[in-house]
Ligand binder design. Sequence first.
Ligand code: KIV
Ligand code: ZN
Length: 513
Amino acid sequence: MNDRLIIFDTTLRDGEQAPGIALSPDDKVAIAKQLALLKVDVIEAGFAAASAGDFTSVARIAAEVPGPTIACLARTHADDIDQAADALKAADNKRIHVFISTSPIHMEQMLHMSPSEVLKSVKEGVARAKRYVDDVEFSPQDATRSDPEFIIEVCRAAVAAGATTINIPDTVGYAMPEDFVELLTNVYDNVRDGNEDVIISTHCHDDLGLAVANSLSAISAGARQIEGAINGIGERAGNTSTEEVIMALSTRADYFNVEIGADTTQIFETSRLVSSLTGYPIQYNKAVVGRNAFAHESGIHQHGVLQNRETYEIMDPASVGRESVLVLGKHSGRAAFQDALKKMGIVLEDVDFQRSFDRFKELADRKGEISEDGIRAIVTEETATDSVEMQFEAIVVSGGSHEVPVATVTLARNGDVITNTAEGDGMVNAAFVAIQDAYGIPATLLDYRVSPITPGADAMAEVSVIIQVGSSSFSGRGVSTDVVEGSARAIVSAMNKAAFDRGVTENPRDSEA
Ligand code: KIV
Ligand code: ZN
């Protein structure tokens, strides 16, 4: 049997729930557009009822990202479902994803509901979602710690009320592959029960490192949708990694016998974009997208790969979009830069092109050569123009190991130049204090990371920061050959998001007549 398996990506909903990630609506639209290039079938754009920012993101993705089905999460509450339907209005293909917990511990401790109340709520929630959209997904949260008979009962009720996808979440990453297959087989036989309109789906978490294995094992039980997040990001240890599932299915197509629609050559770019906008680094040895996933260290391995790549590589790096051969120099002009972008599959509007080109020239003058990774980092930074309260202009730091460091930052707001000076207990701290004061927003630096993009003493580095303002956190990134300047750029980008968030006080639907 050779049939289609649906790739459902929840980077923007469950993935974004990881601690410290705070994507702006513009970040989410950028990731959703890249997920559309990756050709995932479903993008879960958010949980509209969770916040005004989430509502805006779902609505914008619904309006601006054609191609995949756009899904929105909702509890069984009427208001959640109404908001999901409202946010999804502009999408060509839309899905409401309704969920409620079914395990005894969640029902008792979190919902304070009896099983029969949960059952009633499922019927009402799914039926309400069905009034708005044909495509309704239902998930019994914490399914793998629920009573299997109760799962069957609620899922049958969900199908009777109109659900077309039944998703079985291993919410806390508790399942073992064989148990999971048994549960999914039970659902396939007793809920789908021959109904060709119902798709059985998996949604696994990685607490025991089994999310991808559990998801793939469910295919043999008839699952035809797998949910995951790029780079495996998500609550705690994260979600099933979307790119690992895609590459397992494509590399071992002989084993799985299912077809997918994903364009694997977009994997690397998608992973890089998610890592840079979330500020979550990718572990070096991460499958498929890690820095070492195609690197060979031992002499024997290197020798083998030089003879024939397949001696030690089961995937071609080009198949995941990983061949990095482009290098531009300080003499490269607009045409060469444009050509490089084209080869990298990057299309920019005129303004974004100009900003990226100017920045490329500035860095190439300092550094000499800029690799493909460097060009990507520049484009990511320069195209993140949304929610720009202030722009970084310059930073000067003085002081050394025996003097208190002093930073003077110059920022621009609507053509006005703002300069601020502050001391700190280090150069980066001084820059942080000076920038924070310029915005007048008290913030705490939660996370600070520097990753080299190019090797060598004059390396270009990418700085990622996460700041906390009140109870919210915001990520930012900056690229430079100078670590203090890169840090200042990253802090400004995060502060811009914080300033924008302060301005988003109303649900945008309230302003609709
Ligand atoms: O892990 C989980 O149970 C979820 C559901 C909302 C599907 O994310
Ligand atoms: Zn989840």
